[in-house]
Design a protein around this ligand. Structure first.
Ligand code: SF4
Length: 174
């Protein structure tokens, strides 16, 4: 028997609790605009924190951020239903076709690619925060990071997404 995410009850494998809003085959600036602003704030705050650690950390941060796109494109976006179209995050699904052909399946490795890419984006700023021992920066940076994903996963992106092979999709079946 196949279980869909909105049918999964407490105690089962996964409970995302995401509600379907609509099915967008192409996202517009109305949905991805706020995600773009939050991602830009995350990027700039991360750059500021990394640069405070050292100029080398700042440069490494930029290299990691650029490399994270290669990881996302190769492992995640090429396998997504949003391949080659405006997706919930600017510069991702809409750019992948310039670098990689369409993949076949959005499976475990696609999720692993997304986790790895975001780890690459935030690891140096978190090292900088722990080095400084600043609780204020920790709250601020973690808040922006969590806020970006909260808006994406529960408001602008996933509730409208057609990639039903993704566990965050309201129609995902296991
Ligand atoms: S359901 Fe959410 S995380 Fe999954 S592909 Fe769609 S927008 Fe991305």
């Amino acid at each position: 028997m196949r279980l869909c995410s909105n049918e999964i009850v407490k105690g089962d494998l996964m409970k995302i609790g995401n509600k379907r809003k609509s099915r967008l085959s192409e996202f517009t600036i109305k949905e991805y605009g706020i995600n773009g602003v939050l991602l830009a704030i995350l990027f700039l705050l991360g750059l500021f924190l990394s640069w405070k650690l050292s100029w080398f950390a700042g440069l490494l941060y930029l290299v990691f951020w650029a490399a994270s796109y290669a990881v996302l494109f190769a492992m995640t976006c090429r396998n997504c239903a949003n391949y080659g179209k405006s997706c919930p995050v600017p510069l991702e699904g809409s750019c992948v076709q310039r670098f990689f052909g369409r993949g076949e399946k959005f499976g475990f490795m696609a999720g692993a690619g997304a986790v790895l890419a975001y780890f690459m984006r935030v690891c140096i700023p978190f090292v900088a925060i722990f080095q400084m021992g600043s609780f204020l920066y920790f709250i601020l940076y973690t808040g922006v990071f969590a806020g970006f994903f909260y808006v994406l996963l529960y408001h602008t992106g996933c509730p409208n997404c057609i990639n039903t092979n993704c566990p965050f999709n309201p129609d995902y079946c296991v």
